[in-house]
Design a protein around this ligand. Structure first.
Ligand SMILES: *Cc1c(COP(=O)(O)O)cnc(C)c1O
Length: 313
């Protein structure tokens, strides 16, 4: 088995107090900085991938095939993991090829990932047997890691994040996309404390079933100490508003580190808003997971500038 400690000392992921724009109202807010875990395989993607690599090697595969959008943090991380740990990687990318490649995909190619483009309709069918059989037919014997790196195996690493938090708290909060990270956190909590997921996409309610299923598959149990808050998607995945951007920049300035523009900023704004509304009470302690994603900020820069440049908002 890979000695992961040789590649990252996970104790570097400190839990630090943060100041929210608008103030904390005596609610104690911390971030668990999993973005620090590795310079490229950042944040939750490290924790989700770890035991998948172990599983892949145990099953005797030398190639990992996975999926993602053109700016995917997971694709970026998986390619680098392949280079670092010595396995081949294939990325099935949603949509058409655009040249020159953006920074995310260029980095993936530089790390040896072979990219194939899948039209959006087919991409939506990626979990069907028909599609998976066609993948096996085309690429041979490969270890298939679903979108976002989320499967039952991924929960093991994410559950370990809970063990690494060394202060007492009332709530764990995490941004959510495919649900794997949050499901791992819930598994790690084993019914203790409370947990809230903030989906970064519109219509995130479906994640309730997904998370429930993942937690049950992994632990054989179901817990009721968690909930979704679907109010802070800001119009959908990778959508931004002036309010959200200004919040993000102010947060970065106050705390001397950055949030990403897709996931963690929406969660932190949600937390700030819920404090204002009295959902979180004075004296309570919240740990929000900084799940990384900073490589994606390069791809969001143009959108950010465009929104800030608009005068009519
Ligand atoms: C991928 C990602 C998430 C979403 O994690 P899921 O396990 O897919 O829910 C959250 N935050 C960041 C920064 C990510 O890159």
């Amino acid at each position: 088995m890979i000695d992961f400690e040789k590649y990252s000392d996970e104790r570097i992921c400190v839990t630090v107090p943060v100041t929210l724009p608008g103030g904390n109202n005596d609610v104690k807010v911390f971030m668990k900085r999993t973005d620090l875990v590795h310079p490229v395989i950042s944040g939750n993607k490290w924790y989700k991938m770890k035991y998948n690599i172990v599983e892949m090697q145990k099953q005797g595969f030398d190639t990992l095939l996975t999926f993602g959008g053109a700016y995917s943090n997971h694709i970026h991380a998986a390619a680098h993991a392949g280079k670092l740990f010595g396995f081949k990687t294939i990325g099935l990318i949603r949509g058409e090829e655009h040249l020159p490649l953006n920074a995310t995909l260029q980095s993936a190619v530089n790390n040896g990932m072979k990219l194939h483009y899948v039209d959006r309709t087919t991409f939506r069918k990626r979990e069907t047997n028909e599609f998976l059989n066609s993948v096996k037919g085309k690429f041979g014997d490969v270890y298939i890691l679903p979108v976002g790196g989320t499967n039952t195996v991924a929960l093991k690493g994410c559950a370990e994040i809970i063990d690494q938090i060394d202060i007492d708290y009332d709530y764990i909060c995490s941004a959510s996309g495919s649900g794997g990270t949050f499901a791992g956190l819930v598994a790690g909590l084993q019914g203790d404390k409370k947990a809230i997921a903030f989906p970064a996409l519109k219509g995130g309610k479906f994640l309730e079933k997904v998370i429930y299923g993942l937690v049950f598959d992994y632990t054989g149990k179901s817990f009721n100490n968690w909930e979704l808050n679907t109010d802070y998607h800001f119009g959908g995945f990778a959508k931004l508003s002036r309010e959200l951007i200004e919040f993000t920049h102010e947060f970065n300035k106050l705390n001397n580190f950055e949030l990403d523009y897709i996931y963690t900023n929406k969660m932190m704004l949600g937390i700030a808003d819920l404090i204002r509304k009295g959902f979180f009470k004075s004296g309570e302690t919240i740990i929000a997971i900084h799940s990384g994603g900073l490589q994606g900020n390069i791809g969001m820069k143009e959108k950010v500038q465009k929104i800030l440049g608009r005068k009519d908002q």
